[in-house]
Design a protein around this ligand. Structure first.
Ligand code: COA
Length: 196
């Protein structure tokens, strides 16, 4: 069953994200950062929602969708400024690779090329033992129907080119590759679903 994420889901969602995408920027900031900062802020943001797929009380997967992605990201940053500055000082400044990656990601947020598509799948992950059962596709459909309730039809996603499972699932759900970009030496695809 799919439901909106509640406080009691946050720890499981953070763990799934952390385990599914260990090479990504946010998980590299650590599980406590995901649980206590990122998903806690996502829970209350008015610019997006996180939906969870639950199997009894267990979270099997989740999707974070922002109907206004620039506002969502600003909101997460500003509502957690002290913790984010602390994480930056203690984790990022001491790690050159992470510093380069965070600066590239920050500059990519100002990318003018996708300004017309504000809605964005920020994150999606399904626990390994639940993959290949259609949960990822169901979560994407829920996210697309959520953005429609906010007056949007078109949705984008940025994903590492190496996430081939995710790219196949996005294609299956109407997303097409618009362009590629390289950030901090990593290749990403920007995919868009026009919602037609
Ligand atoms: C991308 C992801 C969320 C998809 O979740 P999912 O629940 O497995 O998705 P679905 O079941 O809807 O689709 C998976 C496809 O792979 C196939 N598949 C079969 N067995 C599989 C398995 N053991 N594991 C994964 N996929 C499998 C499925 O059959 C399906 O294809 P089909 O519909 O053509 O048959 C999941 O692979 C994941 O968490 N990946 C790591 C995180 C990630 O890369 N996130 C994207 C960041 S942008």
């Amino acid at each position: 069953m799919i439901e909106v994420m509640r406080q009691n889901h946050v720890a499981q969602v953070a763990r799934i994200h952390h385990d599914a995408l260990p090479a990504d920027f946010l998980p590299s900031l650590g599980l406590p950062f995901l649980e206590k900062v990122f998903f806690r802020a996502a829970l209350t943001s008015e610019y997006g929602k996180t939906f969870v797929y639950t199997d009894k009380d267990k979270v099997a997967g989740f999707i974070t969708i922002a109907h206004d992605s620039p506002a969502f990201i600003r909101n997460i940053f500003l509502s957690n400024l002290p913790q984010i500055v602390w994480t930056f000082l203690t984790k990022v400044l001491l790690n050159v690779a992470l510093l380069v990656e965070s600066l590239s990601l920050l500059s990519s947020l100002r990318d003018a090329g996708e300004k017309t598509t504000k809605s964005e799948i920020v994150l999606i992950a399904v626990d390994k033992e639940y993959r290949g059962k259609g949960i990822g596709s169901e979560l994407i459909k829920e996210a697309m129907s959520y953005i429609r309730t906010r007056g949007y039809t078109c949705c984008r996603v940025k994903t590492l080119a190496q996430n081939t499972d995710a790219i196949a699932v996005y294609r299956k759900n109407g997303f097409e590759t618009r362009r590629t970009l390289t950030l901090a030496g990593k290749k990403y695809l920007i995919m868009v679903n026009e919602g037609n």
